[in-house]
Design a protein around this ligand. Sequence first.
Ligand code: 13P
Ligand code: 13P
Ligand code: MG
Ligand code: MG
Length: 365
Amino acid sequence: MDKVTISVIKADIGGYVGHSSSHPDILKRAEDNLIQARDKGLLIDFKVMRCGDDLELIMTHEKGEDSSAIHKLAWDTFIDCTELAKKMKLYGAGQDILSDAFSGNVKGMGPGVAEMEIEERKSEPIIVFMADKTSPGAWNFPIYKIFADPFNTAGLVIDPSLHGGFKFEVLDIYKQETVIFSAPEEIYDLLVFIGAKEHYIIRRVWRKSDGAIASVSSTQKLALIAGKYVGKDDPVLIVRSQSGFPAVGEVLEGFAFPYMVAGWMRGSHHGPFMPVSFRDANPTRFDGPPRVIGAGFQLSNGKLIGPRDMFDDPSFDHTRRMADEIADYMRRHGPFEPHRLPLGDMEYTTLPEVRKKLEGRFKKE
Ligand code: 13P
Ligand code: 13P
Ligand code: MG
Ligand code: MG
């Protein structure tokens, strides 16, 4: 086999109960769809997963990135699952399905997509991260830690195969422009942008020594696609590791601090990013706090050996406890910033209506 593509395509097609989780029958339905595709030879392998109310299709194949056959398979699967979700009256059935006409690529139609075509190494450990109740900017912090921070990733300092550093592609989601930064020499420039994580999003990372792809994230902003709030953009991220990339433990270490992300409750609040095991990916308290799971795989000729539940480890208990404490602290702010997002980033707001109702009561100073 020459090259293999890993496509992770996800959508919220309905929550069980509310926005907290996914119904097992939906996962089963998605699996039945993908089994057929694998039997026909379209897919090499797949895993159907979920994080909170998001349905995650992890697929391997030889069709390359942006393949219309693969995107159509994902789209048809989401439509099929939406029908079932509607029958069960699951919450927000079809939430991320913004169009009813498929035109060859799911990008811009609601689902989130992260894809990478790679030459499989002698051993190819990859981790697929999936999050709920947040937005793609949530990955900026861990990606920076993993690929640019020597206090996180020892290999940047002591492993000759990483020592050259990495390149970061940053997307300006408002202007739809990209720019590439080279680390370590441009980290201050890079941080000026990626610290504004709801505006500038790291999309791809490459190893500088040979240009090999190291990570890819989904960058859909549903709010922008639809021009109004229709659901968030709970993101996914694919990271390669070991032998010239950060070790698995260095990748996971990037999530050891429960930093603040946007997207809790109604997509309009900040909360701590909590790394959890698959079984604990059911955000319930105030619809959160935001969750992330890590599914580890060893690729073997395109076969997904796994998943291993990477955050199912007591060494992350402390991070989770800290996240709970931060959650309490933030919740006590109620409707005040910085718990509530700045006006421009909220997905729900009554401001224009209330402002209109009070027309005439605002007096010029
Ligand atoms: P092993 O020697 O167990 O392969 O581990 C190497 C490594 O880099 C662990 O971080
Ligand atoms: P989802 O984007 O996960 O559907 O969550 C919506 C929400 O606002 C929950 O409070
Ligand atoms: Mg939902
Ligand atoms: Mg969700």
